[in-house]
Design a protein around this ligand. Structure first.
Ligand code: C5P
Length: 415
Protein backbone atom coordinates (compact mmCIF):
# COMPACT_ATOMS: atom_id res chain seq x y z
CA UNK A 1 0.00 0.00 0.00
CA UNK A 2 2.74 2.46 0.96
CA UNK A 3 4.04 2.46 -2.61
CA UNK A 4 1.01 4.44 -3.73
CA UNK A 5 1.03 6.84 -0.79
CA UNK A 6 1.24 10.42 -1.99
CA UNK A 7 1.46 9.33 -5.65
CA UNK A 8 -0.40 11.54 -8.08
CA UNK A 9 -2.46 9.38 -10.39
CA UNK A 10 -4.32 10.67 -13.42
CA UNK A 11 -7.02 8.07 -13.98
CA UNK A 12 -8.23 8.05 -17.58
CA UNK A 13 -11.63 6.36 -17.95
CA UNK A 14 -12.91 5.47 -21.40
CA UNK A 15 -16.24 4.32 -22.81
CA UNK A 16 -16.43 0.67 -21.87
CA UNK A 17 -19.16 -1.00 -19.85
CA UNK A 18 -16.37 -1.74 -17.37
CA UNK A 19 -16.27 2.01 -16.62
CA UNK A 20 -18.59 1.31 -13.70
CA UNK A 21 -15.72 -0.57 -12.03
CA UNK A 22 -13.73 2.68 -12.02
CA UNK A 23 -15.66 3.76 -8.95
CA UNK A 24 -14.17 0.82 -7.04
CA UNK A 25 -10.76 1.50 -8.56
CA UNK A 26 -10.81 5.14 -7.44
CA UNK A 27 -11.72 3.99 -3.95
CA UNK A 28 -8.87 1.46 -3.91
CA UNK A 29 -6.34 4.09 -5.04
CA UNK A 30 -7.56 6.73 -2.60
CA UNK A 31 -7.50 4.21 0.25
CA UNK A 32 -3.90 3.41 -0.65
CA UNK A 33 -3.10 7.09 -0.09
CA UNK A 34 -2.88 8.18 -3.73
CA UNK A 35 -4.15 11.51 -5.03
CA UNK A 36 -6.44 10.83 -7.97
CA UNK A 37 -7.61 13.17 -10.72
CA UNK A 38 -10.07 11.64 -13.14
CA UNK A 39 -10.20 12.43 -16.85
CA UNK A 40 -13.15 10.77 -18.65
CA UNK A 41 -13.81 10.47 -22.34
CA UNK A 42 -17.31 11.56 -23.41
CA UNK A 43 -18.03 7.83 -24.02
CA UNK A 44 -17.23 6.98 -20.40
CA UNK A 45 -19.89 9.43 -19.21
CA UNK A 46 -22.52 7.19 -20.82
CA UNK A 47 -21.60 4.50 -18.29
CA UNK A 48 -20.78 6.36 -15.07
CA UNK A 49 -21.31 9.91 -13.91
CA UNK A 50 -18.59 12.46 -13.14
CA UNK A 51 -20.41 13.14 -9.87
CA UNK A 52 -19.68 9.62 -8.61
CA UNK A 53 -16.01 9.81 -9.55
CA UNK A 54 -15.60 13.40 -8.36
CA UNK A 55 -17.06 12.47 -4.98
CA UNK A 56 -14.88 9.37 -4.59
CA UNK A 57 -11.66 11.03 -5.79
CA UNK A 58 -12.27 14.29 -3.95
CA UNK A 59 -11.20 16.19 -7.06
CA UNK A 60 -13.08 17.75 -9.97
CA UNK A 61 -13.47 15.44 -12.96
CA UNK A 62 -12.53 16.63 -16.43
CA UNK A 63 -13.83 15.35 -19.71
CA UNK A 64 -14.14 18.21 -22.17
CA UNK A 65 -11.43 20.17 -23.93
CA UNK A 66 -13.37 23.32 -23.08
CA UNK A 67 -14.08 23.93 -19.39
CA UNK A 68 -16.77 26.49 -19.86
CA UNK A 69 -17.90 27.27 -23.39
CA UNK A 70 -19.74 30.43 -22.32
CA UNK A 71 -16.73 31.86 -20.55
CA UNK A 72 -14.41 30.66 -23.35
CA UNK A 73 -12.11 28.77 -20.97
CA UNK A 74 -10.41 25.49 -21.81
CA UNK A 75 -9.23 22.61 -19.68
CA UNK A 76 -5.49 22.91 -19.22
CA UNK A 77 -4.42 19.49 -20.48
CA UNK A 78 -0.75 20.48 -20.29
CA UNK A 79 -1.00 21.35 -16.59
CA UNK A 80 -2.97 18.15 -15.97
CA UNK A 81 -0.43 16.05 -17.86
CA UNK A 82 2.49 17.51 -15.91
CA UNK A 83 0.74 17.04 -12.58
CA UNK A 84 0.70 13.23 -12.59
CA UNK A 85 3.34 10.74 -11.48
CA UNK A 86 1.55 8.25 -13.71
CA UNK A 87 -1.43 8.12 -16.05
CA UNK A 88 -3.50 5.00 -15.59
CA UNK A 89 -6.04 4.39 -18.35
CA UNK A 90 -8.58 1.92 -16.95
CA UNK A 91 -10.67 0.75 -18.64
CA UNK A 92 -8.86 1.42 -21.92
CA UNK A 93 -11.02 0.81 -24.99
CA UNK A 94 -9.73 -0.31 -28.40
CA UNK A 95 -10.63 3.19 -29.61
CA UNK A 96 -8.52 5.07 -27.05
CA UNK A 97 -5.68 2.57 -27.44
CA UNK A 98 -5.62 3.19 -31.19
CA UNK A 99 -5.79 6.95 -30.54
CA UNK A 100 -2.74 6.63 -28.27
CA UNK A 101 -0.85 4.69 -30.93
CA UNK A 102 -1.63 7.27 -33.60
CA UNK A 103 -1.07 10.22 -31.30
CA UNK A 104 -4.57 11.57 -31.93
CA UNK A 105 -5.94 14.40 -29.82
CA UNK A 106 -9.69 14.18 -30.30
CA UNK A 107 -10.56 13.75 -26.61
CA UNK A 108 -9.24 15.58 -23.56
CA UNK A 109 -7.75 12.31 -22.32
CA UNK A 110 -5.75 11.84 -25.55
CA UNK A 111 -4.42 15.41 -25.33
CA UNK A 112 -3.41 14.82 -21.70
CA UNK A 113 -1.62 11.64 -22.79
CA UNK A 114 0.17 13.60 -25.52
CA UNK A 115 1.28 16.38 -23.16
CA UNK A 116 2.28 14.18 -20.23
CA UNK A 117 5.90 13.50 -19.35
CA UNK A 118 5.07 10.79 -16.83
CA UNK A 119 4.81 7.05 -17.52
CA UNK A 120 1.58 5.49 -18.69
CA UNK A 121 -0.16 2.29 -17.61
CA UNK A 122 -3.17 0.89 -19.48
CA UNK A 123 -5.69 -1.72 -18.42
CA UNK A 124 -7.56 -2.73 -21.60
CA UNK A 125 -11.19 -3.81 -21.45
CA UNK A 126 -13.21 -4.88 -24.46
CA UNK A 127 -15.05 -7.77 -26.02
CA UNK A 128 -13.02 -10.94 -26.66
CA UNK A 129 -13.01 -10.64 -30.45
CA UNK A 130 -11.99 -6.99 -30.31
CA UNK A 131 -9.18 -7.82 -27.90
CA UNK A 132 -7.81 -10.62 -30.05
CA UNK A 133 -8.21 -8.68 -33.33
CA UNK A 134 -4.82 -8.22 -34.99
CA UNK A 135 -5.33 -4.43 -35.01
CA UNK A 136 -5.69 -4.37 -31.21
CA UNK A 137 -2.90 -6.87 -30.62
CA UNK A 138 -0.55 -4.84 -32.77
CA UNK A 139 -1.60 -1.54 -31.15
CA UNK A 140 -0.99 -2.93 -27.66
CA UNK A 141 2.39 -4.21 -28.79
CA UNK A 142 3.27 -0.76 -30.13
CA UNK A 143 2.34 0.83 -26.79
CA UNK A 144 4.48 -1.74 -24.96
CA UNK A 145 7.41 -0.88 -27.21
CA UNK A 146 6.98 2.75 -26.20
CA UNK A 147 7.32 1.80 -22.55
CA UNK A 148 3.63 1.73 -21.67
CA UNK A 149 2.91 -0.90 -19.02
CA UNK A 150 -0.10 -3.08 -19.83
CA UNK A 151 -2.24 -4.66 -17.11
CA UNK A 152 -3.66 -7.72 -18.85
CA UNK A 153 -7.44 -8.12 -18.83
CA UNK A 154 -9.05 -11.02 -17.01
CA UNK A 155 -10.69 -14.01 -18.65
CA UNK A 156 -14.33 -14.79 -18.02
CA UNK A 157 -17.84 -13.88 -18.93
CA UNK A 158 -18.08 -10.73 -21.01
CA UNK A 159 -20.92 -8.24 -21.30
CA UNK A 160 -21.65 -9.49 -24.83
CA UNK A 161 -22.29 -12.97 -23.48
CA UNK A 162 -19.04 -14.28 -24.95
CA UNK A 163 -16.50 -16.03 -22.75
CA UNK A 164 -12.83 -15.13 -22.98
CA UNK A 165 -10.16 -12.54 -22.34
CA UNK A 166 -11.22 -8.92 -22.25
CA UNK A 167 -12.72 -8.23 -18.83
CA UNK A 168 -11.15 -5.27 -17.08
CA UNK A 169 -8.70 -6.54 -14.45
CA UNK A 170 -10.20 -6.50 -10.98
CA UNK A 171 -9.67 -3.10 -9.26
CA UNK A 172 -7.70 -4.74 -6.44
CA UNK A 173 -5.38 -6.39 -8.98
CA UNK A 174 -4.97 -3.08 -10.82
CA UNK A 175 -4.03 -1.39 -7.55
CA UNK A 176 -1.56 -4.16 -6.67
CA UNK A 177 0.03 -4.23 -10.12
CA UNK A 178 0.36 -0.47 -10.10
CA UNK A 179 2.06 -0.60 -6.68
CA UNK A 180 4.58 -3.25 -7.75
CA UNK A 181 5.16 -1.44 -11.03
CA UNK A 182 5.99 1.69 -9.00
CA UNK A 183 8.27 -0.36 -6.79
CA UNK A 184 10.25 -1.73 -9.77
CA UNK A 185 10.32 1.50 -11.61
CA UNK A 186 10.99 3.69 -8.60
CA UNK A 187 13.31 1.68 -6.35
CA UNK A 188 14.27 4.80 -4.39
CA UNK A 189 10.72 5.65 -3.42
CA UNK A 190 10.63 6.77 0.20
CA UNK A 191 14.28 7.87 0.27
CA UNK A 192 15.17 11.50 0.70
CA UNK A 193 18.23 13.14 -0.87
CA UNK A 194 19.77 16.51 -0.19
CA UNK A 195 21.88 18.00 -3.00
CA UNK A 196 23.68 21.31 -3.22
CA UNK A 197 24.33 22.49 -6.78
CA UNK A 198 25.54 25.40 -8.88
CA UNK A 199 27.74 28.32 -7.94
CA UNK A 200 27.19 30.88 -5.23
CA UNK A 201 27.27 34.64 -5.80
CA UNK A 202 28.94 36.73 -3.11
CA UNK A 203 27.89 40.38 -3.35
CA UNK A 204 30.38 43.24 -3.61
CA UNK A 205 27.46 45.63 -3.89
CA UNK A 206 23.87 45.39 -5.12
CA UNK A 207 24.91 44.46 -8.68
CA UNK A 208 28.46 43.10 -8.54
CA UNK A 209 29.52 39.80 -7.11
CA UNK A 210 32.29 37.24 -6.82
CA UNK A 211 31.21 33.97 -8.40
CA UNK A 212 32.46 31.12 -10.53
CA UNK A 213 31.66 29.36 -13.78
CA UNK A 214 29.77 26.38 -12.37
CA UNK A 215 26.69 25.68 -14.52
CA UNK A 216 24.98 23.41 -11.97
CA UNK A 217 24.48 20.89 -14.76
CA UNK A 218 26.09 17.91 -13.03
CA UNK A 219 24.17 18.47 -9.80
CA UNK A 220 20.86 18.91 -11.62
CA UNK A 221 21.51 15.76 -13.69
CA UNK A 222 22.04 13.83 -10.46
CA UNK A 223 18.91 15.33 -8.88
CA UNK A 224 16.85 14.39 -11.96
CA UNK A 225 18.18 10.84 -12.09
CA UNK A 226 17.48 10.20 -8.41
CA UNK A 227 14.01 11.75 -8.68
CA UNK A 228 13.34 9.56 -11.72
CA UNK A 229 14.10 6.56 -9.52
CA UNK A 230 11.50 7.71 -7.03
CA UNK A 231 13.51 9.61 -4.40
CA UNK A 232 12.38 12.96 -3.08
CA UNK A 233 15.19 15.38 -3.73
CA UNK A 234 15.85 18.66 -1.96
CA UNK A 235 17.91 20.67 -4.41
CA UNK A 236 19.66 23.65 -2.83
CA UNK A 237 20.37 25.57 -5.99
CA UNK A 238 22.74 28.46 -6.49
CA UNK A 239 22.07 30.95 -9.31
CA UNK A 240 21.91 28.91 -12.51
CA UNK A 241 20.04 28.51 -15.76
CA UNK A 242 19.32 24.80 -15.35
CA UNK A 243 15.71 23.83 -14.81
CA UNK A 244 14.72 20.90 -12.64
CA UNK A 245 10.99 20.80 -12.23
CA UNK A 246 9.61 17.29 -11.74
CA UNK A 247 7.36 17.27 -8.64
CA UNK A 248 9.81 15.02 -6.75
CA UNK A 249 12.44 17.79 -6.80
CA UNK A 250 11.93 20.42 -4.12
CA UNK A 251 14.03 23.32 -5.22
CA UNK A 252 15.39 25.89 -2.76
CA UNK A 253 16.92 28.80 -4.70
CA UNK A 254 19.68 30.72 -2.96
CA UNK A 255 22.34 33.29 -3.93
CA UNK A 256 25.17 33.24 -1.42
CA UNK A 257 27.14 30.61 0.49
CA UNK A 258 25.63 31.80 3.76
CA UNK A 259 22.12 31.42 2.29
CA UNK A 260 23.06 27.98 1.04
CA UNK A 261 24.32 26.99 4.48
CA UNK A 262 21.08 28.14 6.15
CA UNK A 263 18.82 26.49 3.56
CA UNK A 264 20.79 23.23 3.58
CA UNK A 265 20.94 22.91 7.36
CA UNK A 266 17.25 23.81 7.77
CA UNK A 267 16.33 21.21 5.15
CA UNK A 268 18.51 18.60 6.84
CA UNK A 269 16.81 19.23 10.19
CA UNK A 270 13.28 19.33 8.74
CA UNK A 271 13.65 16.26 6.49
CA UNK A 272 16.57 14.06 7.53
CA UNK A 273 18.21 12.87 4.31
CA UNK A 274 19.34 9.34 3.47
CA UNK A 275 22.01 10.80 1.19
CA UNK A 276 23.84 14.13 1.12
CA UNK A 277 25.54 15.19 -2.12
CA UNK A 278 27.62 18.34 -2.33
CA UNK A 279 28.00 19.24 -6.00
CA UNK A 280 27.88 22.99 -5.42
CA UNK A 281 30.86 25.11 -6.31
CA UNK A 282 30.60 27.18 -3.16
CA UNK A 283 32.67 30.35 -3.30
CA UNK A 284 35.54 29.89 -0.85
CA UNK A 285 35.41 33.54 0.17
CA UNK A 286 33.05 36.52 0.30
CA UNK A 287 33.62 40.26 0.51
CA UNK A 288 33.83 41.19 4.19
CA UNK A 289 31.96 44.46 3.76
CA UNK A 290 29.54 44.43 0.83
CA UNK A 291 28.50 47.96 -0.19
CA UNK A 292 24.82 48.86 0.15
CA UNK A 293 23.17 49.78 -3.15
CA UNK A 294 25.16 50.13 -6.36
CA UNK A 295 28.55 51.70 -5.78
CA UNK A 296 29.62 54.40 -8.29
CA UNK A 297 32.78 53.56 -10.24
CA UNK A 298 34.75 56.19 -8.34
CA UNK A 299 33.67 54.73 -5.02
CA UNK A 300 34.84 51.21 -5.77
CA UNK A 301 37.55 50.18 -3.31
CA UNK A 302 41.07 49.40 -4.57
CA UNK A 303 41.23 46.40 -2.31
CA UNK A 304 38.48 44.07 -1.29
CA UNK A 305 38.74 42.43 2.07
CA UNK A 306 37.64 38.84 1.88
CA UNK A 307 36.48 36.45 4.57
CA UNK A 308 36.25 32.71 4.34
CA UNK A 309 32.89 31.06 3.75
CA UNK A 310 31.71 28.13 5.85
CA UNK A 311 32.29 24.64 4.52
CA UNK A 312 28.68 23.63 3.95
CA UNK A 313 29.30 19.99 3.15
CA UNK A 314 31.39 19.49 6.30
CA UNK A 315 28.62 21.13 8.36
CA UNK A 316 25.96 18.95 6.77
CA UNK A 317 27.97 15.78 7.22
CA UNK A 318 28.58 16.60 10.88
CA UNK A 319 24.82 16.95 11.51
CA UNK A 320 23.73 14.06 9.29
CA UNK A 321 21.71 11.19 10.73
CA UNK A 322 23.60 7.95 11.42
CA UNK A 323 23.87 5.79 8.33
CA UNK A 324 23.44 8.72 5.93
CA UNK A 325 25.54 8.24 2.77
CA UNK A 326 27.69 11.35 2.28
CA UNK A 327 29.14 12.34 -1.09
CA UNK A 328 31.37 15.26 -1.98
CA UNK A 329 32.80 16.50 -5.26
CA UNK A 330 36.34 17.66 -5.88
CA UNK A 331 37.51 19.61 -8.90
CA UNK A 332 41.27 19.33 -9.21
CA UNK A 333 43.52 21.25 -11.58
CA UNK A 334 46.01 18.36 -11.63
CA UNK A 335 45.60 14.65 -10.94
CA UNK A 336 44.21 15.48 -7.50
CA UNK A 337 43.92 11.93 -6.21
CA UNK A 338 45.92 12.32 -2.99
CA UNK A 339 44.12 15.59 -2.21
CA UNK A 340 40.76 13.90 -2.85
CA UNK A 341 41.59 11.11 -0.41
CA UNK A 342 42.45 13.69 2.25
CA UNK A 343 39.38 15.78 1.39
CA UNK A 344 37.15 12.75 1.90
CA UNK A 345 38.39 12.37 5.46
CA UNK A 346 38.50 16.06 6.26
CA UNK A 347 34.91 16.62 5.16
CA UNK A 348 33.53 13.42 6.66
CA UNK A 349 32.44 11.99 3.30
CA UNK A 350 32.01 8.32 2.38
CA UNK A 351 32.78 9.04 -1.26
CA UNK A 352 34.45 11.82 -3.21
CA UNK A 353 33.65 12.20 -6.90
CA UNK A 354 36.86 13.56 -8.37
CA UNK A 355 37.06 15.38 -11.67
CA UNK A 356 40.11 17.13 -12.98
CA UNK A 357 40.53 20.20 -15.18
CA UNK A 358 43.55 18.36 -16.60
CA UNK A 359 41.10 16.02 -18.36
CA UNK A 360 39.76 17.42 -21.65
CA UNK A 361 35.99 17.81 -21.52
CA UNK A 362 35.72 17.51 -17.73
CA UNK A 363 34.66 20.05 -15.11
CA UNK A 364 32.86 23.39 -15.34
CA UNK A 365 30.91 24.48 -18.38
CA UNK A 366 31.18 21.19 -20.30
CA UNK A 367 28.31 18.86 -21.06
CA UNK A 368 30.65 15.93 -20.39
CA UNK A 369 32.65 14.81 -17.38
CA UNK A 370 35.31 12.27 -16.50
CA UNK A 371 35.20 11.17 -12.93
CA UNK A 372 36.79 8.87 -10.41
CA UNK A 373 34.85 7.62 -7.39
CA UNK A 374 37.27 7.78 -4.48
CA UNK A 375 36.30 5.70 -1.46
CA UNK A 376 39.78 5.76 0.06
CA UNK A 377 43.32 4.64 -0.77
CA UNK A 378 42.26 1.11 -1.46
CA UNK A 379 39.21 1.75 -3.59
CA UNK A 380 39.08 4.05 -6.58
CA UNK A 381 36.71 3.47 -9.53
CA UNK A 382 37.70 5.26 -12.75
CA UNK A 383 35.23 6.07 -15.52
CA UNK A 384 35.61 7.17 -19.15
CA UNK A 385 34.66 10.63 -20.39
CA UNK A 386 30.87 10.65 -20.74
CA UNK A 387 27.87 12.98 -20.60
CA UNK A 388 27.01 14.49 -17.22
CA UNK A 389 23.69 12.62 -17.43
CA UNK A 390 25.59 9.32 -17.81
CA UNK A 391 27.82 10.24 -14.83
CA UNK A 392 24.60 10.87 -12.89
CA UNK A 393 23.44 7.34 -13.74
CA UNK A 394 26.76 5.84 -12.55
CA UNK A 395 26.47 7.71 -9.28
CA UNK A 396 22.78 6.83 -8.88
CA UNK A 397 23.67 3.14 -9.30
CA UNK A 398 26.15 3.38 -6.42
CA UNK A 399 23.65 5.26 -4.26
CA UNK A 400 20.87 2.81 -5.05
CA UNK A 401 23.01 -0.22 -4.18
CA UNK A 402 23.94 1.44 -0.89
CA UNK A 403 20.40 2.50 0.02
CA UNK A 404 18.69 -0.76 -0.80
CA UNK A 405 20.78 -2.44 1.89
CA UNK A 406 18.66 -0.68 4.50
CA UNK A 407 15.26 0.97 5.08
CA UNK A 408 14.86 4.68 4.43
CA UNK A 409 14.88 7.24 7.25
CA UNK A 410 12.03 9.12 5.69
CA UNK A 411 9.34 6.59 5.01
CA UNK A 412 7.25 3.75 6.25
CA UNK A 413 8.04 0.24 5.09
CA UNK A 414 6.91 -0.47 1.55
CA UNK A 415 4.64 -3.29 0.56
O1 C5P B 1 37.18 22.09 -0.53
P1 C5P B 1 36.58 21.94 -1.87
O2 C5P B 1 35.94 23.18 -2.39
O3 C5P B 1 37.47 21.34 -2.90
O4 C5P B 1 35.44 20.85 -1.63
C1 C5P B 1 34.55 20.48 -2.61
C2 C5P B 1 33.35 19.81 -1.99
O5 C5P B 1 32.94 20.48 -0.81
C3 C5P B 1 32.17 19.87 -2.88
O6 C5P B 1 31.38 18.74 -2.62
C4 C5P B 1 31.49 21.16 -2.49
O7 C5P B 1 30.12 21.15 -2.80
C5 C5P B 1 31.73 21.21 -1.00
N1 C5P B 1 31.95 22.55 -0.44
C6 C5P B 1 31.01 23.09 0.42
N2 C5P B 1 31.23 24.32 1.00
C7 C5P B 1 32.35 25.01 0.73
C8 C5P B 1 33.30 24.47 -0.15
C9 C5P B 1 33.06 23.24 -0.72
O8 C5P B 1 29.97 22.48 0.66
N3 C5P B 1 32.54 26.19 1.28
Amino acid sequence: MAMLKGRRIILGITGSIAAYKSAFLVRELVRAGAEVRVVMTPGAREFITPLTLGTLSGNPVHSELTDDREAGTWTDHVELGLWGDVILVAPATAHTISGMVEGRGDTLLLTVLLSAKCPVVVAPAMDRDMFTHPATTSNIEKLRNRGVHVIEPDEGELASGLEGKGRLADPVRIREELASWFQNRCPLMGYRILITAGPTHEPLDAVRFIGNRSSGRQGVAIAMELARRGAIVDLIAGPMEQTADPPAIIRHDIETALDMQVAALETLRGSPPDVIIGTAAVSDVRPANPIEGKAAKVDLPNHIELVENPDILSDLNASAPDGCFKIGFALAHDDGLEAAIRKRERKGCDLIVLNSLADKGAGFGHTTNRVRFVYGHDRIDSFELKSKEAVAIDLAEVIQAKLLERTPFASEPTD
